[in-house]
Design a protein around this ligand. Structure first.
Ligand SMILES: [Fe+2]
Length: 162
């Protein structure tokens, strides 16, 4: 049974993110390789992955395409502020959008995915959960919303963390 994953702010190729976020790498090559390896250990070929923005910053179109090809899953993009044409033009499973409403099987209300955290969102009053990126884990989750940086939130975990 394929799983659904949510993640954000990989920032492939971004040297500055190593210092800004205290990532334990000495180079972007080491960072990229480690993230690809760890991600592929979690995501399987038929799994669905929603990227909540900032897939890559810097890097060439060829470099972004090479990374994209190596990471597993049916990948969707919610466009982040650093996602330029070299990222948005990759062969995503659906057209990249600023916001996506995702229906998870068995759920009555959609998940609302956006790169930016919102104060309210579609179907919020009916229990919809909102996932965001951009804040790199520095904006605590609350009231059925949470940072999508973490892999594999279940709805139960997200509601509990809020
Ligand atoms: Fe980011």
């Amino acid at each position: 049974m394929p799983e659904i994953h949510f993640t954000a702010d990989h920032h492939f190729f971004h040297d500055g993110i190593i210092r800004m976020c205290g990532r334990p790498f000495s180079s972007t090559d080491e960072m990229n390789e480690t993230m690809i390896e760890r991600r592929n250990a979690v995501v399987h070929g038929n799994d669905v992955v929603y990227h909540l923005g900032d897939f890559a910053m810097k890097g060439t179109a060829e470099g972004c395409a090479a990374v994209f090809k190596r990471i597993k899953g049916r990948k969707h993009l919610i466009v982040g502020n650093h996602d330029k044409a070299r990222v948005t033009s990759l062969p995503w499973a659906s057209a990249p959008q600023a916001r996506m409403l995702v229906r998870v099987p068995g759920e009555k209300v959609p998940l609302v995915l956006d790169h930016y955290a919102m104060r309210t969102w579609p179907s919020a009053h009916h229990g919809a959960v909102h996932l965001y990126g951009h804040s790199h884990g520095n904006l605590p989750g609350m009231d059925r919303r949470g940072d999508g940086t973490e892999f594999r939130w279940t709805r139960e975990e997200l509601v509990k963390a809020a």
